[in-house]
Design a protein around this ligand. Structure first.
Ligand code: VGL
Ligand code: ZN
Length: 214
């Protein structure tokens, strides 16, 4: 499949806390970097997302006395999984992984900064209605097809892909450029949602375009 100037690569949350040694480490998380570097030269447009929580964020188990990480609670906007404290603004854990080298990325979109609402998706916060502004940005720049990579496949990457479809944008998840958290069947559940929403899952090797011979 050939990449053109209306396509955008979204690199999701490749941050220290989601990589080995981090507060919410995804197994083999930094393995996404090589795949992302492989595919990046095809794209004229790249957006990075950065999970960016204030201390005491409502998604942290530590903000809810008696609750443990990976339990669920009901918040005003619905069910929320509770996480270890991670990606706190200006912390080392919130920094992009040092090996990630994408100086050509055009936008860094921060999310999860409202103390009271989590944000998995790059498009909408977890209340499913508060926009991050990414939809308007892509629209104004005439970026219409979304290719998703990064962490985690079954949370932030997945919800971003579903929201892209909700906005009417073709969405392609590059499976081998993602790694998953895999919490209580979250991978299978997300893939069922992909199928319903029309999200296409492909491999990095399926793409060609700028900077490739084919
Ligand atoms: C993520 C859980 C909490 C992710 C972010 O990037 O998938 N998951 N915050
Ligand atoms: Zn988070």
């Amino acid at each position: 499949m050939r990449i053109d100037e209306h396509d955008v690569l979204i690199v999701t949350d490749v941050q220290n806390d989601f990589c080995p040694g981090g507060a919410l480490a995804v197994a083999d998380g930094d393995a996404v970097i090589d795949s992302i570097h492989r595919v990046a030269p095809h794209f004229e447009h790249i957006v990075l997302t950065q999970d960016w929580h204030p201390a005491h964020h409502t998604s942290f188990a530590s903000a809810h006395p008696g609750k443990q990480p990976f339990e669920q609670i009901e918040l005003s906007y619905g069910t929320q999984t509770l996480w270890p404290e991670h990606c706190i603004q200006e912390s080392k854990g919130a920094e992009f992984r040092a090996a990630l080298h994408l100086p050509q990325a055009e936008l860094i979109l921060r999310k999860g900064f409202d103390p009271q609402i989590d944000s998995y998706s790059a498009f909408f916060e977890n209340d499913r209605i508060t926009p991050t502004g990414l939809s308007g940005y892509l629209h104004e720049r005439k970026l219409t097809r979304v290719f998703l990579t990064g962490l985690a496949y079954d949370f932030c990457v997945g919800y971003s892909a579903l929201d892209a479809r909700r906005l009417g944008l073709p969405a392609f998840v590059l499976r081998d450029a993602c790694r998953a958290i895999n919490l209580n069947g979250s991978i299978a559940r997300m893939e069922a949602n992909f199928a319903k929403a029309g999200v296409t899952v492909i491999e990095v090797g399926a793409l060609s375009g700028r900077g490739s011979a084919t």
